[in-house]
Design a protein around this ligand. Structure first.
Ligand code: ADP
Ligand code: MG
Length: 634
């Protein structure tokens, strides 16, 4: 035992304590994954060393094959993992093994319900990592030294997983990390060669460097124990370099968990090798679930970049557009230089053409998923639909393709679920319908009952119902799909084109003519509040409605801009009334100008309320309405 100096006891960050608790109590049915996590970390550590050694070969400290060793001691009930990767300094150990650096972790932890079943799903969004060692161990010791530091600058970290850990400086001759798990009572089954070998095969076969276990050897009685021999138990070749046909689904899945630090299987993947002017391999995955930090600006995104099989960087963001930031995977290029930097990636024209090819691969993969596994695609859309909606604005070239992947709620569904594709919408459109109709609003309940839909309901025309915050903005980038233009049914002068018969059009014209006088009277009464007053063709049940001017900002956009402190140009709505509604007939017959004005204002305010807008002067509305009510009751 080497000398320990500078001994300290430190507390875990609160989030670590919570995670440890959750892990120990919710992952007991799949304990063996601790080995996968520790091997995954060792492999990352070796990748980092290989990369840093490109510019500082002395870090390799004389060579030695890079590898991971897993051993055990049945009597002491320990399992030990050793790697000769990058290692950790004392500070590294304190931060990496005592805190969780991901932004938003505290918020995430607040969402834990205490219900172990539910929480164990949440852990999937988080990834389990190093702390999973405590599922099987009641004491974990880490001995490490960072490559490049002196042999006297090793670190010994140890913890019982109960809120604190001890840290000391030690001598460690070899660079890298050794982790000793002291197994809990009842977990001795893991101190077994056969068991460990099976777990490694099952979860870590894809790891690209050798994982060695002690060779099973029987010492004959009376003989001296033979020197320890080791044997490689995994395939130890980079998975993406193998031909597609030779890789099993389980291998793809385990590889995903390793690179994505995810606990669940992916929904889908696409593995390709490109040869020709550019040469690269890519393996791209669609996760099954959104990570908790999908909307955090600093959240990890991008692919793992390798150059000729050598790991170069994590989170290389230049290979996919932002709206596909949830995609995980690996790209291995033969054309880039090993000392490529993020800055170079941003400018390199090679990257641009790789980016557009990879983007297309992802969109194709999603199209396939939508077509072949519609149920899974529903799940995908629930998790990532909001992010996909950023697509048309960001990626002009693929606008049509992205539009085809969008899913909407519609008047033809009854629960507000976003399941209708544009292709489906068009396939069941009315004969002669050459537009895609939609309505935006705050909530599904509000748009579903909007008076703007009355004429569509009457004619059985489907309208898409858009209530996500991003929707109005999205629609400002989508003008058409499959040659059909989008029409906001709350905007401008609704023209149903071929969907109105000649008779209907003629009748509408006649009514408009007959009501010219009423239009003028209302205009005079409402004055500055409206930009225009006209007879409506879109109402069957409601007396009046407010339409947005063709060029004006919609309510959602206005609210978003206002919330961000921007000055929003004032726009006045168009007041449309339903000439056959009894209230309007009453208004038409009203002789008293004051009463006419009150009634017109009430109708105007009600139309605003029905559209989900707030009133400019609610008190005036209430007092006018009350005045009418009093008159009614006498
Ligand atoms: P993740 O792998 O997602 O980063 P982990 O909880 O698995 O999270 O590991 C936490 C961190 O601890 C790693 O990011 C790494 O910095 C450090 N670490 C863990 N194991 C090793 C190791 N064998 N060698 C070097 N560093 C390690
Ligand atoms: Mg890890």
């Amino acid at each position: 035992m080497s000398v320990e100096t500078q001994k300290e006891t430190l507390g875990f960050q609160t989030e670590v304590k919570q995670l440890l608790h959750l892990m120990i109590h919710s992952l007991y049915s799949n304990k063996e994954i601790f080995l996968r996590e520790l091997i995954s970390n060792a492999s990352d550590a070796v990748d980092k060393l290989r990369f840093e050694a490109l510019s500082k070969p002395e870090l390799l400290e004389g060579g030695a094959e890079l590898k991971i060793r897993v051993s055990f001691d049945k009597d002491a009930k320990t399992v030990t993992l050793e790697d000769n990767g990058i290692g950790m300094s004392r500070e590294d150990a304190i931060t990496h093994l005592g805190t969780i650096a991901k932004s938003g972790t505290a918020d995430f932890m607040k969402n834990l319900s205490g219900d172990q079943k539910k929480d164990s799903h949440l852990i999937g969004q988080f990834g389990v990592g190093f702390y999973s060692a405590f599922i099987v161990a009641d004491k974990v010791e880490v001995f490490s030294r960072r490559a490049g530091l002196a042999g006297s600058e090793g670190v010994h970290w140890s913890s019982k997983g109960e809120g604190e850990f001890e840290i000391a400086t030690i001598d460690k001759a070899d660079r890298g990390t050794r982790i000793v798990l002291h197994l809990k009572d009842g977990e001795d089954e893991f101190a077994d060669g056969w068991r460990l070998r099976n777990i490694v095969k099952k979860y870590s076969d894809h790891i690209a460097l050798p994982i060695e276990l002690p060779k099973e050897q029987a010492a004959a009685e009376g003989e001296e124990t033979p020197a320890q021999e080791w044997e490689v138990v995994n395939r130890a070749s980079a998975l993406w370099t193998r031909p597609r046909t030779e890789v099993k689904d389980e291998e793809y899945q385990e590889f995903y968990k390793h690179i994505a630090h995810d606990y669940e299987n992916p929904l889908s993947w696409s593995h390709n090798k490109v040869e020709g002017k550019l040469e690269y391999s890519s393996l791209l995955y669609v996760p099954a679930r959104a990570p908790f930090d999908l909307y955090q600006r600093e959240a990890p995104k991008g692919l793992k970049l390798y150059v000729q099989r050598v790991f170069v960087m994590d989170q290389a963001e230049s290979f996919l557009p932002l709206y596909l930031r949830f995609i995980k995977g690996v790209v291995d290029s033969n054309d880039l230089s090993l000392n490529v930097s993020r800055e170079i990636l941003q400018k390199d024209p090679i990257i641009d053409s790789m980016k557009s090819a990879l983007t297309k691969r992802v969109l194709d993969m999603l199209e396939k998923l939508a077509k072949n596994e519609p149920e899974q695609y529903k799940g995908f859309w629930k998790n990532f639909g909001q992010v996909m909606k950023e697509g048309p604005a960001e990626d002009f070239a693929n606008k049509e393709k992205i539009a085809g992947l969008l899913r909407f709620a519609s008047t033809h569904g009854d629960d507000g679920e976003q399941v209708v594709s544009l292709a489906e919408y068009l396939a069941r459109a009315k004969e002669g319908q050459d537009k895609i109709y939609y309505l935006t609003g705050e909530t599904y309940a509000q748009v579903k009952n909007s008076p703007h839909l009355e004429v569509f309901r009457k004619k059985g025309i489907e309208v898409l119902l858009l209530t996500d915050r991003i929707d109005e903005w999205l629609m400002s980038y989508l003008s058409e799909f499959d040659g059909k233009t989008f029409v906001d049914v709350a905007r401008g002068d609704l023209d149903l084109g071929n969907l109105d018969s000649e008779e209907e059009k003629k009748e509408a014209e006649e009514v408009a003519k007959a009501k010219e006088g009423l239009v003028e009277r209302i205009k005079a009464a409402l004055g500055e509040a409206v930009s225009e007053v006209r007879v409506s063709h879109r109402l069957t049940d409601s007396p009046a409605i407010l339409a947005i001017g063709e060029q004006d900002l919609g309510m959602q956009m206005r609210q978003i801009l206002e919330a961000s402190g921007q000055k929003v140009p004032d726009s006045k709505p168009i007041f449309e009334f339903n000439p056959t509604h009894p209230l309007i007939e009453k208004l038409d017959g009203e002789q008293g100008e004051e009463r006419f004005g009150d009634l017109a204002h009430i109708l105007f305010d009600q139309a605003a309320l029905a559209a989900g807008d707030s009133l400019k002067d609610p008190a005036a509305y209430v007092s006018r309405l009350n005045k009418l009510l009093v008159e009614l009751s006498v």
